[in-house]
Design a protein around this ligand. Sequence first.
Ligand code: NIG
Ligand code: FE
Length: 399
Amino acid sequence: MADWDLLLTDAHVATMRGDGYGEIEDAALAVSDGAIAWVGPQAERPEVDAAETRSLGGRWLTPALIDCHTHLVFGGDRSAEFEQRLEGTRYEDIARAGGGIMSTVRATREMSSDALYAAALPRAQALAREGVATIEIKSGYGLDVDNEIKMLEVARRLGESTELDVRTTLLAAHAVPTEYADRADDYIDMVCDELLPLVAERGLADAVDAYLESIAFTAPQIAKRFRKAQQLELPVKLHADQLSDSGGAELAAHFDALSADHLEFTSKKGVKAMAAAGAVAVLLPGAYLTLGESQKPPVDLLRDNGVPIAVASDCNPGTSPICSLRAAMILASRLFGLTPLECLAGVTREAARALGLADDRGTLDVGKRADIAVWDIGHPRELAYWIGTPQLVELLVAD
Ligand code: NIG
Ligand code: FE
């Protein structure tokens, strides 16, 4: 019997381990039982049998990409709102008038599971076509027990029916539903007492998220929900400081969050708190672009304090209608000044960390999942450089 299932030769590898690209030129990589069994310079490869050997003709291998923040299960469309915003209406004002997230909630509630699945599938496939093997999908457009569960089940089904590995996040505290208008505390109580325990019992969520903002929930409301999540042993993450400095980074750090996401208005104190807690900063340039924001996340402060930086699509119909993680990388470099290395690390090793999966994927290391992207490029820096060029040759994923 062969020692390895698959041996890839004549390749260059960006392992993404350590702080850099982890480049190995003229490399080989072996896969066994869905995991990386060996990686290194071709000249040092041990003489072992492989069931299949493929020469890659000088192509580059990187870890498969990871989109660690999406809302890609949703009903309806918000292009009319996009038009309204370009005509001068603010996102917050549309939300306060019952549009925004609530308009997607109405459309999502009206759709059956099958219809939601059919609408979400092409979005997930679009990500996969660009080299993404793992995606996180949030609920948050159901905002009641049945519809939040419906969204999470659709997300799980996407994972089961495609080659994508889907991680699900319960984002029930995304907006105050109309039927709880002026009773946000009661809604949070319902989420803590009813929805969260049910979701945990049924294993439908891998993490819990919330939206801290004047148009969404307050810090005490979110703290209550995070305490409940922690009792149920679910890790937390937070939509933090997107439109104002609400102390989101500090709140996330206080609860040992996996990540705090957006962070446009995060203060130095917030960055320091995240650094101390080891939370990942997930930057979402698609939302920044679509909302026409001018306040950028504090990238230099994040760097100086050693906060890991991930990049995600934030695919959603309101603030980031973008089914492309490559586009998010491009935008992160152009809008936030991330280097090509930071962009690639942000969608591989740091994205894995933002999902609590750093031990399992995100770098090409022996023992990790054999989720590998094969690229027709001269150097991995090109992945944050070229726009619209089809560079992915193949995506190999562990079974
Ligand atoms: O990540 N910030 C809140 N949540 C989403 C937007 C959702 C929406 O507008 O539908 C975001 O940008
Ligand atoms: Fe989001």
